[in-house]
Design a protein around this ligand. Structure first.
Ligand code: FES
Ligand SMILES: [Fe+2]
Length: 383
């Protein structure tokens, strides 16, 4: 396919829409073409709920961090009232990005002309604006961005008309209710810059087809568990998410043979017998296993690059144990090793898919979730 003129011709996406046994992956250009990425920004990232992490990152009133999500600068801040909110990180005067990184403050002071905003977004003052007609501080607070939570996990939405997060995610909340969401403490965040398209990472995370190969010396060391070789059941999800469930002994949070913590206290049903891996719109990934929860936050930074954050969450009673810091290192090691292995393979995929000789590939029944993800995306992009 030539990419310039006919990139959005639905004929290129018909293969991804076929029933799974007949399906192909997306055209390679979907993974690098700037015009395709711009369509994703306009029709997906600017319209749907974007996962931005765990509220435990904002420990105190006034704690804030910034994220440039798909190129849109945003501040996420816990106000003096304890409420977490998001705002456009653009000054109301001449639009400059107000802050970078993270910190704690009662007020954001613009580095350009010192307009000042409270940490709940309202304008505190605008020196030099005395005598300007009809200038009202009440009209010049930071522009709000919708932020809603499921337990401690936060999503933002740039579209004021979008349905609520709850309505969008449907029964996701019910599926994860027994993981003691409100008691999950964020104990570590680890950041990576990865040179791949955001979809490459999602497709990787949501298949265990690659586990016996990519993770043969780590997660799959010694034995390939039965679920690594079974066709994936594509479950009906009542919301903008997909689930990959795997039944297994022990936890998915440790390398084989490592010792860990007791299981979460209130787990119910099949969550007691295995792990749930979730993709949530637009690009949030989660591992819910028996003794911990982790997330992979993807921030697309261009057609072929992402900022990746891996967050680790444990029950507050586990975190309070005197041996927590010692035992948790085995979990951190599991994430360090597996994420490093995935990061190598996704960058190699990006390099290969960028070739003009690359073609859409056929799809294994073990890739049912990635297959469903691609259909979900091309529906959103009207392709
Ligand atoms: S751009 Fe912020 S005060 Fe001028
Ligand atoms: Fe992996």
């Amino acid at each position: 396919m030539s990419t310039a003129s006919n990139l959005f011709d639905p004929v290129h996406y018909a293969g991804a829409r076929r029933p799974l046994p007949d399906a192909t992956s997306l055209p390679p250009a979907a993974y690098y073409d700037p015009a395709f990425y711009q369509r994703e920004i306009d029709m997906f990232f600017m319209k749907e709920w974007n996962f931005v992490g765990h509220a435990g990152r904002l420990k105190e009133n006034g704690s804030w961090f910034t994220i440039d999500f798909a190129g849109v600068p945003v501040i996420v801040v816990r106000g003096e009232d304890g409420v977490v909110r998001a705002f456009a990180n653009s000054c109301r005067h001449r639009g400059i990005r107000l802050v970078n990184g993270e910190g704690k403050t009662r007020a954001f002071v613009c580095p350009y002309h010192s307009w000042t905003y409270e940490n709940h977004g309202g304008m505190r003052g605008a020196p030099g604006m005395e005598g300007v007609n009809c200038f009202d501080k009440a009209d010049n607070g930071l522009i709000p961005v919708r932020l809603e939570q499921i337990g401690p996990f936060m999503w933002i939405n740039f579209d004021p008309a979008a349905p609520s997060l709850d309505a969008t995610m449907g029964d996701l909340k019910t599926r994860i209710a027994s993981y003691s969401l409100d008691d999950l403490v964020l104990t570590r965040r680890k950041e990576y810059k990865v040179k791949c398209n955001w979809k490459v990472y999602i497709e990787n995370f949501m298949d265990y087809y690659h586990t016996p190969t990519v993770h043969r010396n780590s997660l799959a060391l010694g034995s390939v568990s039965a679920y690594h070789r079974k066709p994936v059941e594509l479950e009906h999800c009542d919301g903008r998410y997909l689930v990959l469930y795997g039944k297994h002994e022990g936890t998915a949070g440790l390398l084989p043979g490592a010792k860990g913590f007791p299981f979460l206290p209130d787990l119910e049903g099949r969550s007691l017998e295995g792990s749930n891996f979730f993709y949530t719109s637009t690009c949030g990934l989660f591992g819910f296993t028996k003794d911990c929860v982790w997330y992979v936050k993807i921030n697309p930074t261009g057609p072929d690059s992402i900022d990746l954050t891996v967050g680790s969450c444990f029950h507050k009673d586990i975190v309070a144990r005197p041996d927590f810091e010692q035992v948790v290192q085995a979990y951190y090691e599991r994430w360090n090793v597996a994420v490093a292995e995935d990061n190598v393979i996704v960058e190699e995929q990006q390099a290969g898919v960028r070739s003009p000789l690359c073609r859409p590939g056929r799809v294994s029944p073990m890739e049912a979730i990635s297959y469903a993800f691609r259909k979900h995306l091309i529906d959103a992009l009207k392709l």
